[in-house]
Ligand binder design. Structure first.
Ligand SMILES: [Mg+2]
Length: 302
């Protein structure tokens, strides 16, 4: 597939770091979310960033598996990505709750959803524990087995003062067998209808997510290239933050759909996949001004 390069001319500064989406960008998952297929060019591109010393990481909106579980599967496909370079909305939630001094969370999610919170020293509860309604926060993630009891206890906790945090607000996401249902979106909708609580999104496209990424990379948000397949998720987040949005057509969005996006979710550039990203020459100095500028992480991220 070829792209009309003349349609994608918006200027931007050379990225100092990269944030990649997982599903539809680096990999495709199967519907059971247990297995992965790596997408063309992903391994090569990450290896090239590694050779150049350019920091990168992946942020998925999937909260089912903590990095310690997902990382080894991705490395088995050849992707050069450490557990520390693999973030989920649960990583963002753990960071946010810690900063806010929140010590307990009722988890509506499969067993892996609360792991990052436990790693951060936050007590996690399930709805069958007697003090669940007294949890200081409710965190909704990947939860295919969510019951009405879970929703009821979450509503009780919110009535008692807990705040509502949610991993993903995407009703559907891309998999190798087509679109898959986003459980946390549906569950949060039910809780919100009962309690009218404000939903605090921690996954993409929230700025909580990109601020966390920025701190992890040690690079200001505006110098991060955010690479993803979903205008409503990665590119909307990039635009909100003044970051660099790069759309790929290997997932939810084809070239015509990218071209039709309004400005607030229009990428700066598009590529077929990470193999096509090379042609954009994001890594090369692009003019005399950039050529003299050293590429190194800022000590203070925005
Ligand atoms: Mg995606």
């Amino acid at each position: 597939m070829t792209f009309d390069a003349s349609a994608w001319t918006e200027a931007f500064e050379t990225p100092r770091a990269f944030m990649f989406d997982l599903d539809g960008t680096l990999i495709l998952s199967d519907r059971s979310l247990g297995q992965y297929k790596v997408l063309p060019g992903a391994v090569d591109y990450l290896e090239e960033l590694g050779r150049r010393g350019i920091p990168y990481l992946a942020l998925t909106n999937g909260s089912a598996y903590p990095a310690s579980e997902q990382g080894p599967k991705l490395r088995a496909l050849g992707l050069p990505i450490s557990d520390a370079q693999l973030l989920t909305p649960s990583s963002v939630t753990a960071d946010l709750l810690s900063r806010r001094g929140v010590e307990s969370a009722l988890i509506l999610g499969s067993p892996g959803v609360g792991q990052a919170l436990r790693d951060a020293g936050i007590r996690t509860l399930t709805s069958d524990e007697p003090d669940a309604p007294a949890a200081q926060s409710v965190y909704v993630g990947w939860h295919p087995d969510c019951s009405m009891k879970d929703i009821e206890i979450a509503c009780d906790a919110i009535a008692n003062g807990a705040a509502l945090y949610v991993a993903s607000e995407a009703p559907y996401f891309a998999t190798s067998s087509g679109k898959s249902f986003g459980f946390s979106y549906a569950i949060a909708g039910a809780i919100q209808r009962v309690t009218r609580a404000r939903i605090q999104l921690t996954g993409k496209p929230s700025l909580h997510a990109l601020r966390f990424v920025s701190r992890q990379l040690g690079v200001p948000m505006r110098r991060i290239a955010v690479v993803g397949d979903d205008p409503l998720v990665e590119i909307m987040m990039a635009r909100r933050a003044g970051a660099i949005g790069i759309g790929v057509t290997s997932g939810m969005t084809d070239a015509a759909a990218w071209a039709a996006q309004p400005l607030h979710r229009r990428p700066h550039r598009i590529a077929e996949n990470l193999a096509g990203l090379k042609a954009l020459e994001l890594l090369e100095p692009r003019g005399p001004k950039c050529a003299s500028e050293p590429i190194r992480p800022d000590p203070v991220a925005s």
